[in-house]
Design a protein around this ligand. Sequence first.
Ligand code: PCA
Length: 213
Amino acid sequence: MANKILLTGFDAFGGATLNPSWLAVRALHDRQILGHTVVAAQLPTVFDASLTALNALLTQHRPALVICVGQAGGRSAISLERVAINVNDAPIADNAGGQPVDTPVKPGAPAAYFTSLPIKAMLAALQADGVAAEVSQTAGTFVCNHVFYGLMHALATRRELKHTRGGFIHVPWLPEQGTPGMALDDIVRGLRLALRCALQVDKDAALGAGATN
Ligand code: PCA
């Protein structure tokens, strides 16, 4: 049970034939990182069904760390997401034809949750290794934000997950999908560095005087 890392990616959506988030997390399945075993799983790019699947995986694996990964076409760097918001506002239909507009992910729950990953330390670790990375202030309002919010809500409210940390990372297109693109090897290397860093660093130093972006 203990010492697992859950790493999720999504299936292809919006007419694409692949999703780099799934190809990248699949490449890390079963790897050992600092005494933890990576379990990679695919989530459907579907509102609600994605969260049902994620919650079942959390119950099954009780991971120490969870990172959900999705594709963000048009971004040139690995995006370490800071905040999940309690809204679904789909610009396109999901893979089941659903397109919720201005509905809550969880009715009555907080407006937002912050990641519990040390994103500034992760940013430094990726950049030190030459991987293009950035902190992102929005995961959008489509299925990725939905999953990020649902993950953080589960970690905040499910007692057995009290010690589990988690967050969300967006990755660019592969070069064959469009520009800007990032090679799959670099995405995989970036995710591995991000996982190592998240296991080594509990929290970023508190924001306050002297904190920089
Ligand atoms: N990216 C979409 C959903 C699935 C994915 O890989 C998003 O950014 O919401």
